[in-house]
Design a protein around this ligand. Sequence first.
Ligand code: AHR
Length: 353
Amino acid sequence: MKAKIKKIKLFSIIIFLATVLFLLFFISTKYRKPVSTKSKAKEHSDKLILGFSQIGSESAWRTRNTQSIFEAAAENDIQIIFDDAQQKQENQLKAIRSFIVYQVDVIAFVPIVEDGWDNVLTEAKEAGIPVILVDRQINADPSLYAGFLGEDGLEEGRRAARFLLNKCKYRKGTVSIYEMSGTENSSVVRDRARGFREVIATDPKFQIIHSEDGDFLRSRGKEIGEKLIENSRKISSNGRFKSDGLYFENQKIDAVYSHNDSMTLGLLDSIENYGINTKDTIIISVDAEQKSIDALKDGKLNCVVECNPNLGPMLMHLVKQIADGNKIPRVTYNSETYFTEDDDFSTYTPRGY
Ligand code: AHR
């Protein structure tokens, strides 16, 4: 009998201990901080590690943007793990996931398009890795990223339109505008388009007759130019293209609003190749690369709105802030200006891109 009681006691103790162990395990898993306090990456380096996903190198602007980030990282002793997404969102998603596996300290990326980031950013959040959006914004729950650093695309669009309004203030009749826009579904295109439309809407004589996606590429700008020039054969009396300007369908284009310099330079290539006289066509571009500033000085462009690619120093400042456990502003805009045909060109300094 005694032996039986002893057995029952022992069994109860074992059950009790097992329950306690299970509870301890459960509590520690459920409430464990998702952040590993010591990252694998940090085991190999004392430096802060930034995982940076760039969208590609579609323009001189983009190349300078990448350079600026690398230069500033070196100056701040921050190690970069870099990925070039070759213009594909799927590559960016893979890169961000690899940064999470590597347990970098901070992730920064240039979202090529606005949508489709929720899952990967939730994974980053669960891993306790803060994310900074660079240059372009996204459609997602703001709690999924720490902040945005880049240009004010709305203001860039407004600046382009204000120049046009002022330039055409004494003009009677419709001002027909042809728009070359950049990568579809990107925040920067949405903003540059919206800002521009917001301002021209104040006067009904300004009409956007067509908007064409040029994907921010010089080759596309050239193609678009050639298509416009070829099309003008249909409305010319002798079956040859019209050389007194650019035409869309049967309408003469009074102004071109191009969302970036690469496309603008491509358009200028085709204008030059075909010998089109565009002295009466108002051409406005965005970015302010050296080549487009040179074109402005040569009278080939009328206005160039700056989009400042030098985001590196500010990005490293934000990375350090976050790594020190501080909050960063939701939005940080870089300083920007614009250049016009009326400027004193002797005051210009080299653009550096
Ligand atoms: O997102 C910024 C834009 O992307 C720049 O205007 C353009 O040149 C780049 O490719």
